[in-house]
Design a protein around this ligand. Structure first.
Ligand SMILES: NC(=O)c1ccc[n+]([C@@H]2O[C@H](COP(=O)([O-])OP(=O)(O)OC[C@H]3O[C@@H](n4cnc5c(N)ncnc54)[C@H](OP(=O)(O)O)[C@@H]3O)[C@@H](O)[C@H]2O)c1
Length: 390
């Protein structure tokens, strides 16, 4: 078996740490070629000592300098790169077989594109680039012989419920509908009138999943489900009307695919990202993930509900962006990133997040022609617009 060289972009985050947990179990299958982060020197330093990557990179220059000094003093041979562009360089590096896209936000767009253009196997957790550039990332991957395996638990579940991961096309597979499940977040049962008083700590305390702060807030506003709807359209080449969002508070079924004969295939597992990560790392083989196994008798029952789009307007906004296409998903995504950051810094109330996003979507012109340039421009315009409102 060939040992595959892995580059983990965002190795100190939730996805990165879970990926390294799985990689640690399989030294016969994977070697760590590169690890990247932004600011967290302590965590990257410890990862470098354990996994001895050839290269480590930090976007923040002062952090990179500090890491370099500490690794040198520790006798490590890991080379340290600095600056954001290092992610793009490493994603396309000739010695890398597998790129784990685990950076959070639009910042991951250029590295994901570089990995696609370099024909890598890309494990996509970082959903924002797919939201922004849509199916063009898939086309770039196809054109350059790259393989995209979704890591987001819902999309990984859908991938598992489609023969060949959907690669053989919707009509041939007889697929009728994608059922995208979501827990409904921590405020599913809270009255809307209380939303203004929600604190960042409350929003980041997801009932089922331990995740980074930005995606935790996205889950609380249900924008995460909206972004996932757009992500599903890009990954599986389906229109938004093909995707139904189903609230499933237990987070055990991670999504489903309905077929024309009435069958529904579901993928289940404990809410632990190491399962989809192990699936994506091992694919098409199955490998150990180190997760706790489900006890169905103990679980006893599953619940399903329709999502509440009045209470969670982010769902309506994301569906509108998916339907209108062009640069609108990038406008929505950038506005969301700025609004979430402001909320996390106690700059705005939780209830203001969708208001700011809707304002950006109403104000900034949607360019129907979607290209890397138009998407990056829309991203910048949306950021500046929302920053101006804060
Ligand atoms: N967490 C989950 O369970 C989960 C599930 C599905 C999908 N996702 C998606 O996966 C992505 C990552 O989420 P997360 O929860 O893992 O986020 P997170 O815990 O906040 O981690 C983000 C990672 O990105 C790094 N980073 C930020 N800016 C960077 C830059 N310019 N260059 C290099 N690294 C940079 C951070 O480094 P520092 O630590 O140094 O800041 C950190 O390693 C998001 O797009 C999210 O939507 C996450």
């Amino acid at each position: 078996m060939k040992v595959r060289a892995v580059a983990i972009l965002g190795s100190t985050g939730s996805i990165g740490v879970n990926t390294l947990d799985v990689v640690r179990l399989h030294p016969d299958r994977f070697s760590v070629f590169a690890l990247t982060a932004n600011l967290n020197v302590d965590a990257l330093f410890a990862q470098c000592l354990e996994f001895s990557p050839d290269i480590a990179a930090m976007a923040d220059e002062a952090s990179a300098a500090s890491l370099k000094t500490r690794l040198y003093q520790a006798g490590s041979r890991t080379e340290v790169l600095q600056g954001e562009a290092a992610n793009t360089k490493l994603a396309g590096h000739a010695q890398v077989d597998v790129v784990v896209a685990g950076i959070v936000g639009a910042i991951g767009l250029l590295p994901t594109l570089a990995a696609a253009r370099a024909g890598k196997t890309i494990l996509v957790a970082n959903k924002e680039p797919l939201v922004m550039l849509g199916s063009q990332i898939m086309h770039e991957a196809l054109d350059h012989g790259a393989t995209i395996v979704p890591v987001d638990s819902e999309h990984n579940a859908i991938f598992q419920c489609m023969p060949g991961g959907g690669a053989d096309g919707m009509l041939i597979s007889g697929i009728e509908k994608i059922l995208l499940t979501g827990s409904g977040g921590p405020f599913r049962e809270m009255a809307m009138s209380e939303f203004a008083g929600i604190t960042p700590e409350q929003a980041c305390a997801h009932p089922n999943w331990a995740m980074g702060r930005k995606i935790s807030v996205d889950s609380a506003t249900m924008m995460n489900k909206g972004l996932e709807l757009i992500e599903a359209c890009a990954l599986f080449d389906v229109p938004p009307g093909f995707v139904q969002i189903v609230v499933h508070p237990q987070s055990i079924i991670h999504s489903m695919v309905q077929y024309v004969d009435g069958s529904i295939l579901a993928q289940m597992g404990a809410p632990d990202m190491r399962t989809p990560i192990a699936h994506a790392l091992g694919w098409p083989d199955r490998i150990e993930s180190g997760t706790k196994r489900l006890d169905l008798i103990e679980l006893a029952h599953f619940d399903f509900q329709a999502p509440d789009e009045i209470k969670f307007p982010a769902l309506r906004l994301a569906r509108a962006a998916a339907q209108e296409g062009g640069t609108l998903p990038a406008i929505l995504n950038a506005a969301n990133e700025v609004a979430v950051e402001a909320f996390l810094n106690n700059g705005i109330g939780f209830d203001r997040i969708p208001v700011l996003i809707e304002s950006a979507m109403d104000t900034i012109e949607n360019q129907q022609e979607r290209s890397l340039e138009s998407v990056l421009e829309a991203d910048q315009r949306s950021r500046h617009y929302v920053e101006g409102l804060l």
